[in-house]
Design a protein around this ligand. Structure first.
Ligand SMILES: C[S@@+](CC[C@H](N)C(=O)[O-])C[C@H]1O[C@@H](n2cnc3c(N)ncnc32)[C@H](O)[C@@H]1O
Length: 294
């Protein structure tokens, strides 16, 4: 059965990714713009608005592993923190519904967990939208979390109208600040999550031994954020959790760190095992103070 409810409920947010025109639903099967650019709804209710399909390394295997690791609770302190920040900074007394866009949502678990955590603490209404360029990611998201609107879309050409969101989340994904500014309502907030230097360090040390890539710095990414948004707060979140053999395999598969690693290093990591893994993330909260398009 086709599930159109979520897209239908949020239809007023959409704009055509090709011409920017208004969109309407046709026969509960497609959304069509004023110039007749037509995008079909998938059986699971997501819509593919990416007009220039690309082959991405974020494939089904990787995103399934990501889903297993996120569901194991590895990122729970992060999603609880994000939920708290949204409740504190984007849920004023005049906000009837808090509209959240997760740009680069992957397989959707972070957004689903943030919303769940918000609902556990407040009775505010929340509307969630997730976009990702990976069709596989959006397929998993729409199967697992049908209460959220999911779209295959490029974050450099987001198919939503100006001022549509109170919060843009951007977790471990590329950013497009011009688009984020356009999409945020006047007092909206951008929350970006970037890895810290100790993020998955035990894995990094195994996979990049003697390559000069054992260390990572997020300075450049944070500087780019600050060129575009006024930073209202920065939080470092760091903790370690145990890893069993089964999860280690998924941990290796879920991270782009494994893309550049030698196969023998991956095999060795799996053979020797890792007792615990460090999660080190920086959360930056930005508010727009400069003109659009800067
Ligand atoms: C490391 S993953 C993070 C996914 C998710 N936020 C998470 O933390 O599990 C990076 C994500 O960015 C997405 N991505 C990369 N370029 C993109 C683009 N131009 N538009 C939309 N998504 C993009 C990838 O498909 C991938 O799902």
């Amino acid at each position: 059965m086709m599930t159109t409810t979520q897209v239908k409920e949020n239809l007023n947010l959409f704009r055509c990714p090709l011409c920017g025109g208004k969109m309407r639903m046709v026969a509960e099967r497609s959304i069509v713009c004023v110039k007749n650019h037509c995008f079909d709804l998938a059986k699971r209710g997501y819509v593919n608005l990416h007009t220039n399909p690309v082959k991405t390394e974020y494939d089904k295997e990787m995103l399934k592993s990501r889903s297993i690791i996120i569901r194991s609770g590895l990122y729970e302190p992060l999603t609880d923190k994000l939920a708290g920040l949204i409740l504190d900074h984007a849920c004023g007394p005049h906000t009837e519904v808090t509209r959240i866009l997760d740009a680069g949502c992957g397989e959707g678990s972070h957004l689903a967990r943030v919303i769940q955590s918000m609902k556990g603490r407040s009775d505010r209404r929340v509307s969630g939208v997730g976009i990702d360029i990976s069709k596989e990611g959006i397929r998993i998201a729409s199967k697992e979390y049908p209460g959220i609107t999911w779209c295959v879309a490029d974050l450099a050409r987001v198919p939503f109208k100006d001022d549509s969101f109170d919060v843009v989340l951007n977790i471990l994904s590329p950013a497009n600040y011009t688009e984020f500014k356009r999409l945020l309502a006047g007092d909206g907030i951008l929350i970006k999550v970037v890895p810290g230097s100790e993020y998955l360090i035990e894995l990094r040390e195994f996979l990049y031994r003697s390559t000069g890539k054992e260390k990572y710095s997020n300075e450049r990414v944070i500087a780019h954020f600050e060129e575009n948004f006024n930073t209202a707060g920065t939080w470092d979140i760091m903790y370690s959790l145990p890893v069993d053999k089964h999860n280690l395999e998924h941990l290796i598969r879920m991270t782009p760190l494994s893309w550049g690693a030698a196969e023998k290093n991956i095999t060795e990591a799996l053979k020797k095992g890792i007792d615990s893994i460090t999660v080190d993330l920086t959360v930056i909260l930005g508010k727009e103070t400069r003109g659009r398009g800067s």
